[in-house]
Design a protein around this ligand. Sequence first.
Ligand code: ZN
Length: 53
Amino acid sequence: MATRAGLECPVCHEEIGRGEQLEAHLYNDHSKRALAGFVATEAVAMEEDDISE
Ligand SMILES: [Zn+2]
């Protein structure tokens, strides 16, 4: 994974400015429910990856 100047939010793919922290963006711009849904989807996808190979 390449480290770039700008961070991208994994939930909405919005670019997070350098000075802005991803954590603050997640906290302020995404509801708990949206974050839970995202994490759950990722976890399921990873599990499915494990099983398929
Ligand atoms: Zn976001």
